[in-house]
Design a binder for this molecule. Structure first.
Ligand code: HEC
Ligand code: HEC
Length: 156
């Protein structure tokens, strides 16, 4: 009961704030201006990019995006389709890049003989890309662009 009262108090503080952000009936969502009781006509499902061309990484720690289709590639307890091409033993035949050495490390930094359990579910980090316009604009700026800007202003 005490907690309920606390939540009630919290809501009465928060609600006026949130409702003042968007004008009534004008919630900024991906549904655009579709009202809540209407179903928007779904857009066409974009194609997965299957170009086999590596994409630049946006920062050094970024998991590279997948440049090929992964439909029906199962990753579960019994099988890991990704490793049938990306494991050390299979790369000669598949010509796929080997999973990097970090994928063999446990959380204490020891190297295991096999892929580490924490790197087993590839799609947790690696994703395919869709051939479409992003619904929300991305404001990410590459570190190199920032450094270039800085050195240019420093020269002036
Ligand atoms: C049939 C073999 C095959 C399978 C299965 C496969 N890949 Fe690949 N993968 C490749 C090859 C070959 C490349 C090199 C680029 C190309 O040819 O598409 C690649 C490239 C990649 C890259 C890009 C690496 C980089 O440096 O840019 C990632 C990430 C990747 N694959 C992840 C995956 C994941 C995750 C799965 C499972 C869902 C998977 N792959 C399944 C063959 C495979
Ligand atoms: C927890 C996140 C995570 C998981 C899970 C993961 N990766 Fe990665 N992967 C990364 C990151 C981050 C990099 C880039 C830095 C590095 O090599 O560690 C990378 C790099 C790669 C590369 C490029 C290697 C190179 O030297 O160019 C391939 C290929 C790859 N991963 C495939 C896979 C496959 C296949 C799986 C599943 C068996 C997998 N990854 C699981 C995060 C992950």
């Amino acid at each position: 009961m005490k907690n309920l009262i606390k939540i009630g108090m919290l809501l009465s503080v928060l609600l006026p704030v949130t409702s003042s952000l968007a004008a009534p009936g004008e919630v900024a969502t991906l549904r655009e201006k579709t009202s809540i009781d209407q179903q928007k006509k779904p857009g066409i499902i974009p194609k997965v990019i299957n170009s086999d061309i590596k994409q630049a990484r946006n920062y050094p720690m970024q998991p590279p995006v997948i440049p090929h289709k992964t439909r029906n590639y199962e990753v579960n307890l019994n099988t890991n389709k990704c490793m049938s091409c990306h494991s050390r033993q299979r790369t000669e035949e598949s010509q796929a890049p080997m999973v990097s050495v970090t994928h063999f490390m446990d959380r204490d930094g020891n190297f295991l003989a096999e892929i580490s359990p924490r790197r087993y579910f590839c799609n947790q980090c690696h994703v395919t890309q869709l051939d479409t316009k992003p619904p929300v604009e991305n404001e990410f700026i590459d570190m190199h662009a920032i450094m270039k800007q800085k050195s240019q202003t420093a020269q002036k």
